[in-house]
Unconditional design. Structure first.
Length: 146
């Protein structure tokens, strides 16, 4: 059994951001290059082992415009659980921001993955995914006890 003492170290949160335009292309998790306005899964942010997501969002910065009947959603998760950080697929066609779902999951070093579901064609739209996290065992400052 270990004898523990109160923690006196603190760390700054780290924030990673992935911004894309629906006209951009990227290699999907299978290695094929495809449009980011088509259905697919993409590794977008590398999380170090031991990281815990403490905040973040999916934000539409420029409305994603498609024709009648078009739909564009994203799920944020990882290779194991595609929607680990979103309670349901986030509709990114209109302006707005949706907070990530915080699960307390401690990363084993997998990428944050974005899974896109799309119908119709898109010629305009910009979306940002922001992930705030801390890392086990990391410290930036020592906080003195009172």
């Amino acid at each position: 059994m270990s004898l523990l003492t109160a923690s006196r170290t603190t760390q700054w949160p780290l924030v990673a951001e992935f911004t894309f335009d629906v006209t951009d292309t990227m290699a999907n998790v299978s290695g094929a290059t495809q449009s980011l306005s088509a259905a697919g899964a993409f590794g977008i942010i590398g999380l170090p082992a031991g990281a815990v997501v403490t905040g973040g969002s999916v934000s539409t910065e420029v409305d994603c415009s498609g024709g009648t009947g078009s739909a564009l959603t994203v799920d944020i998760g990882d290779a194991t659980t595609a929607d680990r950080y979103t309670a349901s697929p986030v509709d990114v066609t209109g302006a707005g921001s949706t907070a990530l779902t915080l699960t307390g999951f401690r990363s084993t070093g997998e990428n944050v993955q974005m899974t896109i579901a799309a119908t119709g064609a898109y010629a305009l739209g910009t979306v940002s995914v922001r992930v705030e996290y801390t890392m086990a065992g990391r410290s930036n400052e020592v906080q003195l006890a009172s």
